[in-house]
Design a protein around this ligand. Sequence first.
Ligand SMILES: Nc1ncnc2c1ncn2[C@@H]1O[C@H](COP(=O)(O)OP(=O)(O)OP(=O)(O)O)[C@@H](O)[C@H]1O
Length: 250
Amino acid sequence: MSAQMPGAATGLLLQVDQLNAWYGEAHILFDVGLEVRRGEVVALMGRNGAGKSTTLKAIMGLVERRKGVVQFMGQNIAQADAWRIARLGLGYVPEERRIFSALTVLENLEVGRQPPRRWADGSLASQWSVDELLAFFPNLAAMPQRPGGQMSGGEQQMLTVARTLMGNPYLVLLDEPSEGVAPVIVEQMAQMILQLKQRGVSILLCEQNLHFARLVSDRAYVLEKGTIQFAGSMQALIDEERAGAKRIGV
Ligand SMILES: Nc1ncnc2c1ncn2[C@@H]1O[C@H](COP(=O)(O)OP(=O)(O)OP(=O)(O)O)[C@@H](O)[C@H]1O
């Protein structure tokens, strides 16, 4: 069975407009707007606490309260439940790497399995088998029976990405893949993102590290105190930072 999705004729996968989000009484996001088109890697940057993770959570329906427009593949998901959003082909890799620690690598992958998907024109979207993912992530291929709880932070990060890809997403929201992992894994993460892009998977990436973001991203947005303060090409952002903008911190 394969799910057929409307929209995307314009190449616009994700459109966020005037998104506001709250934790309890605390108003965290203020009229955030951003877009991701088919085939793009887009970085959402900003300092600690700027609201990057909250933006991804608000898109996925994982904050207590939100208001605004969130369109994915032409469908309004602003009030949809997180599980339904994931079923539409929007993958989410949270910062806190939610793997099942008692399950093995292979069992963790099975948890993420979803049917293949098609674009609006009928062509197959990028799809992934366990064998392909193990070829793609050699670290995981070396430990198929290892319980998730006995893996390093970087390996758990890769497993979380691989499990998300088992859902054959059109677009992946990736929260700070370079944070807290060894430099060699950071390098692998960058290569992985570029290969995903080659396979036609679009990515919205939260990132504080400009060096990492520039390696992989086409465009960037910068958040400050819950508002978008920059939208433009990676090069324009780098030029502004060199000129002393200091919006990002790293
Ligand atoms: N569950 C929560 N309850 C209340 N406030 C929260 C919660 N999670 C985050 N916040 C607050 O929301 C603001 C934005 O946090 P968020 O995690 O989105 O920032 P970030 O840009 O992703 O930074 P970081 O890299 O530190 O995660 C911060 O002031 C943070 O303290």
